[in-house]
Design a protein around this ligand. Structure first.
Ligand SMILES: [Zn+2]
Length: 292
C-alpha cells in the first residue's frame, strides 16, 4: 500500500500537467448587454451606439470586402460595471491600479427578494449574513458578496428600476429614487470579519436608492474594496460554490468601468455545508484506509 501511495505521489504532478483543461460544468453570464435606453443613474451620459460602416470601408476602395464597425459612447458607470475605490475615496486605486487578482473571487449570493417584495428600501443587514452562514457555512475570505433583490426584473424599465413608481413626482429628483442596498453595518462586518474583496447588487447602486450621503460607497471604497452594480442573472447562480470573474475595461485613471462578469462552477461543488463536507472527507479517508 505504501509503495502504491508513493508511486501515486510521484506520478501526480505529471498527471496534473498532462491533463486536458477541464471547463467547469456551468457558466452563467452576469452582464447586461449594452443597448440604447438602458436605465442609467440620473445625470450620467446616456449610452449610444452608432454604426460607422456596414459594407465597403471607404479608405479601402474595395467593394468586395465587407466590413462592420461601430462607435460607442458611454459613462464608466454604464450597465454592469465595477466602482473603483477612487470613485468615492481620494487617492485610492483607480481602475488600472486594482490588482487583477481582485477581479476573481468566490461568489456569495444573498437572496433578499422576500424582504424587498414588502419594502423596496430593504437592506442586507447582519441578520441576513448570519442566516446565510447558518445555511451555507462561513463566507470565505476574499469573496464577492452579491445582493439578489429581484431588482433585475425591472431592467429596461427606467422608471421602475429607479424606483420612482413609489413617488408621486414625475421629475428625476435624486432623493425620490428607491432601490434596495447594503446596510453600512453589514458592509463593515463583511470587510472587518470576512475580509471580502467586494460587494455587488442587481440594483442601480449598492447604497439605498434614497440615500443622501452614500455611506456604503464611502466606507467600502475608502477601504480599497470594489463594488459591482447592475449585475445580471443572480437568480441563476448558486448561493455558494461558484467562482466569479469580473474583468473591467482597462481605463487608465478610470473611476469605474464596464465589466464582463460571469460565474463558473462544477456540479457537486455548490452549496455544501462545511460540516457535511468535512464528514464526507473523513468517510472517504476511512474507506480508503480499510480497503486493503
Ligand atoms: Zn458605479
Amino acid at each position: 500500500m505504501m509503495t502504491s501511495y508513493m508511486t501515486l505521489t510521484l506520478l501526480l504532478p505529471s498527471l496534473v500537467m498532462s491533463a486536458p483543461m477541464k471547463m467547469p460544468d456551468n457558466m452563467i453570464d452576469m452582464t447586461h448587454g449594452l443597448v440604447d435606453n438602458m436605465p442609467a443613474f440620473p445625470g450620467h451620459v446616456p449610452y449610444t451606439f452608432t454604426i460607422n460602416v456596414r459594407g465597403e470601408y471607404p479608405l479601402l476602395k474595395n467593394p468586395d470586402i465587407y466590413i462592420e464597425m461601430n462607435t460607442i459612447r458611454l459613462s464608466e458607470h454604464t450597465a454592469t460595471h465595477v466602482d473603483a475605490p477612487a470613485h468615492f475615496a481620494k487617492g485610492k486605486w483607480r481602475i488600472h491600479q486594482i490588482p487583477n487578482r481582485n477581479f476573481v473571487a468566490p461568489g456569495v449570493v444573498i437572496d433578499i427578494r422576500d424582504k424587498v417584495a414588502k419594502n423596496p428600501d430593504a437592506q442586507i443587514d447582519k441578520d441576513d449574513l448570519k442566516m446565510y452562514e447558518e445555511k451555507y457555512g462561513q463566507i470565505p475570505n476574499r469573496a464577492f458578496v452579491l445582493q439578489n433583490a429581484g431588482w433585475e426584473e425591472r431592467w429596461m424599465n427606467t422608471t421602475e428600476y429607479l424606483g420612482r413608481s413609489y413617488t408621486s413626482s414625475g421629475n428625476v429628483n435624486i432623493s425620490s429614487l428607491h432601490w434596495p442596498g447594503f446596510s453600512l453595518d453589514a458592509t463593515k462586518w463583511l470587510v472587518e470579519e470576512r475580509d471580502i474583496v467586494g460587494i455587488g447588487t442587481d440594483a442601480m447602486s449598492f447604497d439605498l436608492g434614497n440615500t443622501k450621503d452614500f455611506p456604503v460607497h464611502r466606507y467600502l471604497l475608502e477601504n480599497n474594496r470594489i463594488g459591482f452594480e447592475m449585475v445580471a442573472n443572480l437568480s441563476r447562480i448558486p448561493p455558494a460554490g461558484a467562482t466569479i470573474y469580473a474583468f473591467p475595461i482597462k481605463i487608465m485613471d478610470g473611476s469605474g468601468a464596464p465589466v464582463r462578469m460571469f460565474a463558473m462552477w462544477s456540479n457537486g461543488a455548490v452549496a455544501l455545508n462545511p460540516t457535511s463536507l468535512l464528514l464526507s472527507c473523513v468517510c472517504a479517508i476511512i474507506l480508503l484506509l480499510f480497503r486493503h
